[in-house]
Each structure stands twice: as C-alpha cells, then as structure tokens.
Design a protein around this ligand. Structure first.
Ligand SMILES: N[C@H](CCC[C@H](N)C(=O)O)C(=O)O
Length: 287
C-alpha cells in the first residue's frame, strides 16, 4: 500500500490557481511523479505542494512543488501562499521560512493577505534557461504565426526560480487562443526546460492584465510566479513602475519589485475549498 494512503490533504486555491497541500512533515516519503499524477486524476490541481520536515536550521519546513503532469517546479507563488495559510496557525506564527530544492522562500501574513518573498529575478539567458545566447532578454527572437504577420512575437524572458516567457499584447489576452498556442510555446526548442507562457496587456503604468499557460499544468486561472515575471519584465522595459497590480482570470495580485535588495514580493489572498483524504485505490497503478 502506498505510504500516502489515507493521508489528509487540503484543497485550496490562490486566486483561482488550484492547489493541493499535502503535509508530510511526519512522514519521510519522496512523492513520485506517478503518485502526483494519480492524485491529479482524482483531485484535480494545478500544483501539488508537498510539505516535509525542515532540513536546514532556521527554516520551518521543506517543500516540493509538482505540476499536473508530475514534473517538478522550482517555484510556485500561489501554492506557497496556500502552504503558509495551512502551516501558520499550527506553528503559531505569521512568518515562515520555507526551503525548496533550489531556494528559500519567506512568507508573511497580514490579516487575510499573504505576501511571499520570491527572491531575485534572473535575466541571463543561461539562467532562465534559453537554448541560445541572447545578450538582452528584454526581448528575445521568437515568433509564431505567419512570418510577416506573427500572432505573437518577441517575448521577454525571465526566471523567477522557474522559466517564464512574457508576450506583450495590445488587446485583452482572453481574445487569443492560448489553449492552442500555449503548448507550442511551452515546448519550443528555445526553452530547454520548457517555459510558462504569459500574455500580458499593459493597461496603465500600475496595472497589467495577464493570462498564463503553465508549464506542466496548462491553462490556469492564475500563476503567481508568472505575475512576478510579468511585473519585472514590464518594469525593465519601463512600461510600468516597480509596484503593479496584476489582474489574472482568478483575481488580482500585487507585485512589488523592491529596489533595496532586488527581491520580488507577491501579495494576494488564498481560499480553502475543502479537506480530503488520499484514497489507497488512487495509487493502485502508481507504484
Ligand atoms: N502556479 C505557480 C507556478 C507553477 C509553475 C509551474 N507550472 C512550472 O514552472 O513548472 C505559481 O503560482 O507561481
């Protein structure tokens, strides 16, 4: 029987980004991609956040992030807010330091809102990563559609601990068929680790409307790291200031790219949808 059998979980969302939080702090078990997919098949999520016992002094927990397809991500802003909402009451704190396989993330609560410090953005082509050297990642050479009338072209590329490409559009992102275009771009050879794909419409210097096709998860109602990627890419291009409101289909996030230390702070709400228990039958084929 899978060690995950009968484990309780929380189904949550971060402004519409569907998140399952699985607290395994008392169980030494590395969730496999097959187990993540088995859970996704019965309790659909965009990301599964697996919380494990802390590994480093000064941290409150270790965290792994799985996409719907079982792949792992180095960052998940909305999921981190959900984890914070679950752990803070139990640990009697409003401030948590969470360790992922690639970074440290600090989360804070102020009333109903959670702020996650997503760290510094990275812009070097080999850190995103891109398959070719681009000296300037504010715009990279990439387009889809007819060569002389591309549907989308020249995205900004950013790493927020995971790879993002941001295409600038001048009409409502909802009017593009992102469900069809997204997979082509996610898997384009220019992105050796695939990429999260955003369409971003700058409404004014303090407000951007965004729609996201997520690597490993597809169309989602929100993506926190994409909101951060859009905000820093827009500020780099001087299209916005360093503090912006990002409107996603599921709601709004406030992103502040702090001058002092270059860190990106993401603030937004979370919702608990229900609690559930992992059914042993779900894992019958996931050994
Ligand atoms: N929804 C997440 C991001 C998941 C990223 C994932 N799709 C990947 O990079 O593989 C967020 O709120 O930041």
């Amino acid at each position: 029987m899978s060690p995950l059998s009968h484990r309780p979980y929380a189904k949550m969302n971060g402004i519409g980004n569907e998140i399952v939080v699985l607290d395994l702090r008392d169980l030494a078990h590395a969730v496999t991609p097959a187990e993540a997919r088995a859970i996704a098949a019965r309790e659909p999520f965009d990301q599964l956040m697996v919380v494990q016992a802390p590994r480093t002094a000064g941290t409150d927990a270790f965290m792994r992030i799985y996409n719907t397809d079982g792949s792992e991500s180095g960052a998940c802003g909305n999921g981190t807010r959900c984890v914070a909402a679950q752990l803070m009451p139990a640990l009697r704190t409003d401030r948590l330091t969470l360790e992922t396989p690639t970074s440290l993330v600090v989360a804070r609560r102020q009333g109903e809102l959670f702020t996650v410090d997503m760290g510094r953005p990275r812009f070097a082509w080999n850190e995103i990563p891109l398959a070719e050297a681009f000296p300037d990642t504010r715009y990279i050479e990439l387009q889809i559609g007819p060569i002389d009338a591309p549907v989308l072209h020249s995205p900004s590329a950013v790493s927020m601990g995971n790879p993002h490409a941001v295409f600038w559009v001048d009409r409502d992102p909802a009017t593009f068929d992102l469900g069809r275009i997204g997979p082509l771009l996610e898997n384009h050879p220019i992105f050796p680790e695939r990429a999260n794909i955003s369409l971003a419409q700058v409404l004014d210097p303090g407000h951007v409307r965004v729609r996201v096709w997520e690597r490993g998860a597809g169309l989602t109602r929100a993506c926190g790291s994409a909101a951060c990627a859009v905000a820093v890419a827009a500020a780099r291009l001087k299209r916005t200031g360093r503090t912006v409101r990002i409107t996603l289909p599921g709601g709004d996030l406030t992103i502040d790219w702090r001058e002092r230390d270059d860190h990106v702070l993401m603030t937004g709400a979370v919702e608990l949808e229900h609690h559930g228990t992992l059914d042993p039958a779900w894992f019958a084929d996931a050994a």
